[in-house]
Design a binder for this molecule. Structure first.
Ligand code: NAG
Ligand code: NAG
Ligand code: NAG
Ligand code: NAG
Ligand code: NAG
Length: 485
């Protein structure tokens, strides 16, 4: 009896251990108008079996909420700080002291510092080419000086565009020509520091960028019409092929054994015709199955270490990459699950949403029924509302893409009103808007009620409106304005 029960215990703890080793992490970004309280988000991570989290910035309230949570942390340094951190050891030592050592003392389990975020993206025009490696070296130096370099590893999350394959076959992979030598120096430094290479891989973007991309090849259960055959290996999904292009690039330059972390992977649910709940569920569930199988990729067997992108939608992200950018969450802005997902054995299929969310009142801002569509106040008001609010659910084949013209205008007004915490002044628009208690939403198109985040330091008040505005307005709204004008 004794032997039997301890045998069961062993099996159970072995299963837990396996679950732990191949555990999945989540990216937690905070570019939201009305973010959930950090303590609520930490509870969501725990309830859903996430053992690791990746942050883009060491925000104090977020770090404090993670203290003694049992969750491992990768904490990021924004690209804007790379220049100062590259310029001398003092800035890096201060950064580590304030943003790593102090939190470790408070019980935050920091495992990695991510130096920059995709700094070599081609859209940055080389802005961070000179500063990334020196900043990486200075942060590593500071970690050594602080006695933390065994416990905390440095890394640089890079977009998969830092490598390429001229033939499309993974075995022809190498680093991008214009940054080849820099990449080899970085990889050498990571290898010397026993630190991992971190790569962000986005099959969705492959599909978004190329209308001829075979959609089956984006998912994990497909049997694509034309798989990529590379020697004895047949690739049936773009994740494996992309990942192994990196492994070949590393191998070719003498670092075939470097540890690789997938820093971001996921699928958005809105803002584009291929961004929907069904595809996101299919992709993320397929990826979870890969993770839990422990099978790795053809060129790199063993567990994949990965962070899902992302945990929660962020309505203040730049939409320069596309309107889908604010919809990567497996949870909506208010922490409610979008679909079923088995993250780990502990959540068994049903995502556990945020608890005790405090919402603003059940009221919406809409276009006044008495005002004509061709009123001259309409177009500038919509442009203003969408530039500062969020209209990314209004495009072709998006969740609110079927609204009529009046519905479009109401949607824009409501978004702006909610983001401004239902301030009366945010539902005027020169007299063409009005507040209603009747919910304009239906099951596909949600007119949101914001979270009551009174007291949150990051709350976005009417008085603070500005910043992100004008540049984004026309990007988001061009199709809409064309229809209206
Ligand atoms: C700690 O990190 C924050 C956020 O990136 C930054 O603003 C601050 O300057 C850092 N502290 C130091 C001493 O560098
Ligand atoms: C990069 O260059 C393009 C074209 O010159 C410009 O439009 C864009 O603003 C630049 N981006 C950055 C981040 O400097
Ligand atoms: C990579 O790891 C394998 C297996 O552990 C080992 O045989 C090989 O020598 C390593 N290669 C390098 C370049 O370190
Ligand atoms: C939701 O509203 C839109 C716009 O009026 C409409 O096209 C769509 O069919 C509605 N969906 C449901 C499920 O009622
Ligand atoms: C509503 O806005 C969307 C997104 O800009 C646009 O595609 C659609 O045509 C608009 N509908 C009407 C009826 O104006």
């Amino acid at each position: 009896m004794m032997g039997w029960s301890s045998g069961v215990l062993k099996v159970v703890s072995w299963l837990c251990l396996v679950g732990f080793v191949s555990g999945i992490g989540a990216n937690w970004g905070t570019q939201a108008s009305n973010p959930l309280p950090p303590g609520t988000v930490v509870q969501m991570l725990r309830n859903n079996g996430f053992q690791k989290v990746k942050l883009f910035d060491p925000e104090d309230d977020v770090m404090s909420a993670l203290s003694n949570s049992g969750i491992q942390v990768m904490v990021g340094i924004p690209n804007e700080m790379l220049a100062s951190l590259a310029s001398g050891t003092k800035a890096a030592e201060d950064w580590v002291s304030n943003n790593v050592s102090s939190y470790i003392k408070e019980g935050v389990d920091i495992r990695y510092v991510a130096v920059g975020n995709e700094p070599f993206l081609q859209t940055y025009n080389g802005s961070y080419l000179q500063t990334t490696l020196p900043a990486l070296q200075n942060i590593q130096g500071a970690l050594i000086k602080a006695g933390l370099s065994n416990q905390v590893k440095v890394t640089v999350p890079l977009n998969a565009d830092v490598y390429e394959s001229s033939s499309g076959k993974p075995s022809d992979g190498d680093f991008r020509t214009d940054i080849h030598d820099l990449m080899v120096s970085i990889v050498q430094f990571l290898s010397d520091s026993a630190a991992p290479f971190t790569v962000n891989i986005y099959p969705f973007i492959s599909l978004y960028d190329d209308p001829n991309f075979p959609i089956d090849y984006a998912f994990f259960n497909g049997t694509p019409a034309s798989p990529v055959v590379d020697g004895s290996i047949t690739y049936t999904n773009v994740f494996d092929a992309n990942h192994d292009t990196l492994i070949w690039a590393l191998k070719k330059n003498g670092f075939g054994n470097l540890t690789v972390i997938v820093g971001e992977i996921g699928w958005p649910t809105d803002g584009d015709m291929n961004a929907n709940i069904q595809y996101a569920q299919q992709f993320n569930q397929g990826f979870m199955q890969r993770i839990s199988s422990g099978q790795g990729t053809p060129m790199r067997s063993g567990a994949i270490d990965a962070y899902l992108f992302s945990l929660i939608d962020e309505d203040q992200k730049s939409i320069q990459p596309g309107n889908f950018e604010r919809h990567w969450g497996i949870f909506y802005y208010d922490g409610q699950p979008k679909y079923q997902l088995t993250v780990s054995t502990s959540n068994s299929g049903t995502l556990v949403g945020a608890k005790n969310v405090k919402y603003l009142d059940q009221q919406w801002c809409v276009f006044k029924p008495s005002v004509n569509l061709d009123d001259s106040r309409v177009a500038p008001a919509v442009s203003y509302a969408c530039g500062r609010g969020d209209c990314t659910s209004l495009g072709y084949k998006t969740s609110c893409g079927d609204l009529d013209a009046r519905g479009n205008i109401s949607y824009a007004f409501n978004s702006y009103y909610q983001m401004n915490d239902q301030d009366d002044r945010a539902c005027d628009f020169q007299g063409i808007a009005t507040i209603t208690n009747s919910n304009p939403s239906n099951s596909t198109c949600r007119f949101e009620i914001m979270i009551d985040d009174a007291g949150s330091a990051t709350s976005w008040r009417l008085a603070a409106v500005g910043g992100q505005g004008a540049g984004l307005v026309f990007y988001a709204l061009l199709p809409f304005l064309l229809v209206l004008l």
